[in-house]
Write a protein that binds this ligand. Structure first.
Ligand code: HAM
Length: 443
């Protein structure tokens, strides 16, 4: 039975009591990105495996060990997306967005899949909010992308994050750096893990993010990329820093950040939180100026970031950030008798048409049990419909907070009464505010 009633390890359900929190966070993130001109894009959950091999990189942990890859019934190798960038680049090219006005700015909220060892903040199915900006070579774009994340955190009330930035250069200066890394790691070859020995020739930069304690200790002393970047890359990095300075976004340069995916060039960055334990990176991104060409397009500069939503929620909870209250039931109608059941359905329809949430009995319960249910769902008002109410066409709308009863006519009067009672105070406040504003204007 466990197979039927237990979710797969490393996955999480969002229950009805919590879904409004997710909706709130996702909307805030997409709305923040939209202030900068980013528009949402939705891509499939799976892609041809080759796309990830080419973009994320076939020597990365993500591709080598973590992808959910399978052959479909047509014999094609398919992978669940481990991240959002590769699919976005594929869609950008496939739909000719490179022919539209550049830069193209897209945002997304997607599920991602990585076969990692699950722990707090590390899941096998997780969710990312991300943005990608295609066709923007200037350092202004790097700073803008970072500002989207910074403003999103601010809008959600998240504090105490550390922004770390680095430049990992372009293919030209990377060649020099790779040579230096190869020489360094070759001298320690015997101590490296088997995977890293394999990486030595193909992609020595990947040794820098190996999780084995011995390889990490060796990597500590490795040459740092900032000592090898060319003049153009250095100038670009200086400009990114200058932009962040004028925008008032604090950062530290961490020459050890290389990121775990192969497509990055120049600027890379991470937002890190002390409230997350071992999985401290909340958001990671950077430039990937070579990727679009690598996937088959014209050379096009690009950059973006991905933010882990489960980690974001963890930080928000740890920091006591405020979330909106769950939606409530405005009116619960308790019918007693056959005709009342029909009238209740009709009244619920009328209330919903005006935007109020309304519920009625779906379980054939007695009055007492219905009232108990109305209490449990936090109904703001209840209305009992019995023979008398049906006969007179009048009923009492009960405000549950204080027991106050308002007499309403069933034909048209209910919606009006709910409207007046719910919004009377708000209208009064609004009227007072308008009056006060008017008075100030006259002074
Ligand atoms: P990434 O650093 O691999 O970058 O992932 C971005 C974020 O996703 C991480 O900082 C973390 O918050 C979250 N994340 C990653 N793996 C897991 C996991 N197993 N469980 C929970 N959360 C996780 C990328 O994915 C790039 N596509 C980002 C990017 C976009 N770069 C440029 N554009």
């Amino acid at each position: 039975m466990a197979l039927l009633t237990q979710a797969i390890k490393g996955t999480q359900d969002v229950l009805p009591a919590d879904s409004h929190r997710w909706q709130y966070v996702e909307k805030k993130l997409l709305d923040t990105a939209s202030l900068f001109g980013f528009k949402e894009m939705r891509t499939p959950v799976f892609e041809h495996t080759e796309l990830f091999n080419r973009s994320v990189g076939d020597t990365t942990d993500v591709v080598q060990k973590e992808m959910y890859t399978f052959n479909d019934n047509g014999g094609r190798s398919i992978s669940l997306r481990p991240e959002g960038t590769a699919g976005s680049v594929r869609a950008f090219l496939e739909h000719g967005l490179h022919n539209e006005a550049l830069p193209q700015k897209i945002s997304y909220v997607t599920s991602c899949y990585r076969y990692e060892k699950p722990q707090a903040g590390r899941l096998r199915e997780f969710h990312q909010f991300g943005i990608e900006c295609f066709g923007a070579p200037l350092a202004t774009a790097d700073a803008e992308v970072i500002s989207v994340a910074a403003l999103a955190f601010e809008n959600l009330g998240i504090k105490n994050l550390r922004l770390e930035i680095n430049s990992i250069g372009c293919p030209t200066c990377r060649a020099e750096y790779t040579k230096a890394l190869k020489e360094y790691f070759a001298s320690k070859q015997a101590d490296l893990c088997e995977t890293c020995r394999g990486r030595l020739d193909r992609n020595p930069m990947r040794i820098l993010d190996c999780k084995s304690p011995i390889c990490s200790a060796i990597a500590e002393e490795a040459p740092t990329v900032l000592d090898y970047i060319c003049d153009d890359c250095r100038h670009h990095f200086e400009q990114v820093k200058a932009h962040l300075d004028v925008l008032g976004i604090e950062y530290t340069v961490n020459p050890k950040i290389v990121r775990g995916l192969d497509y990055y060039t120049r600027t890379v960055f991470e937002f890190i939180s002390n409230d997350l334990g071992a999985q401290a990176t909340l958001c990671g991104g950077g430039r990937y100026d070579g990727l679009i060409e690598q996937v088959g397009g014209q050379p096009t500069c690009a950059l973006g970031f991905g933010m882990g939503l489960e980690r974001l929620m963890m930080v928000m909870e740890a920091q006591g950030c405020s979330f909106p209250l769950p939606p409530v039931c405005d009116v619960y109608i308790a019918p007693m008798g056959e005709e009342a059941v029909l009238t209740a359905s009709m009244l619920c329809r009328d209330l919903r048409a005006e935007g109020f949430s309304a519920q009625t009995d779906l379980a054939g319960r007695g009055l007492k049990a219905q009232m108990k249910f109305a209490n449990k769902i936090g109904a703001v008002y209840t209305l009992v419909l019995g023979d008398e109410e049906i006969a007179t066409g009048k009923a009492k709308l009960k405000r549950m907070a204080d027991g106050e009863q308002i007499e309403v006519t069933l034909q048209g009067g209910l919606v009006e009464a709910v409207y007046d009672d719910l919004f009377a105070d708000a209208f009064e406040d609004l009227n007072n505010a308008v009056e006060n504003f008017g008075n100030k204007g006259e002074q």
